[in-house]
Ligand binder design. Structure first.
Ligand code: SAM
Length: 233
């Protein structure tokens, strides 16, 4: 079902323009945009410091990132979200919380390389990305090889992807793609809320829903350039 446009969407987006770094796409074709357009961010100009940068893709209403930014004031966070209706909520919450270390990009992740300088990101968070089980939509999954190539470009050496999902099928698919792409797997759990990683975990909006239904949460970390592979707990 199509989400109804939020009331006064445009003036509200405008009111958040100080924390919105990009919106839309530079041209219709995503492949062409990714290859030909560069508006690389100057982090010092954006955040006013040289703190490390982390990125969440598909931030939804922003619950995860807001808490993360509160806990880690000396890290800068970029939030990417395709849906304008949804990112608006995340931006309004960020402004209300007075957080200075979060900025937003209302763009498809397919064109991240237009904005994010190569090898500049320490961590990429993929929280409950849409599993898209249909074979025909494989390329759109945020852990397909197409996206892992983009993440590989953006991540520093030793940087990592932290993924959580409720879908076992999508989880197994993602683990296979990480290994295929040369990432090392660590901190794998098939029941995050009953694992050693539960204490530090920030529960996202989708996670709260799935968990309330009694579903287990899967989590893994894929490290770029690390050489230790830890098997499933
Ligand atoms: C299932 S929601 C999860 C939201 C949030 N991370 C959470 O855990 O509560 C997935 C989000 O990813 C966004 N998304 C999906 N594909 C995307 C893409 N290619 N680029 C940017 N955002 C995307 C969707 O619009 C949606 O808001």
């Amino acid at each position: 079902m199509r989400m109804r446009k939020k009331r006064h969407l445009e003036p509200r987006m405008e009111a958040c323009s100080d924390i919105l770094l990009a919106r839309g796409k530079p041209c219709k074709n995503l492949k062409e945009a990714a290859e030909n357009y560069r508006f690389l961010l100057d982090y010092r100009a954006v955040f006013g410091n040289d703190n490390p940068v982390e990125l969440e893709i598909g931030c939804g209403n922003g619950g995860f990132l807001l808490e993360k930014a509160r806990r880690e004031p000396n890290t800068n966070f970029l939030a990417v979200e395709l849906c304008t209706n949804v990112i608006l909520t995340a931006m309004e919450r960020t402004k209300a919380a007075g957080l200075g270390n979060v900025r937003f990009l209302n763009i498809p992740a397919e064109i991240l390389e237009c904005y994010i300088p190569p090898r500049s990101v320490g961590v990429i968070y993929l929280n409950f990305s849409t599993p898209l089980p249909e074979k025909s939509r494989e390329k759109q999954r945020l852990t397909s090889m197409r996206f892992l190539k983009i993440y590989d470009l953006l991540l520093k050496n030793g940087g990592r992807i932290e993924q959580k999902t409720d879908s076992r099928e999508f989880f197994e698919y993602s683990l296979a793609r990480y290994e295929e792409a040369g990432f090392s797997l660590t901190e794998i759990t098939h029941d995050l809320h009953n694992s050693p990683y539960a204490e530090e975990n920030i529960v996202t909006e989708y996670e709260a829903n799935f968990s309330a239904k009694g579903l287990p949460i899967y989590r893994a970390v894929a490290v770029k350039g690390a050489d230790i592979i830890q098997k499933s707990k």
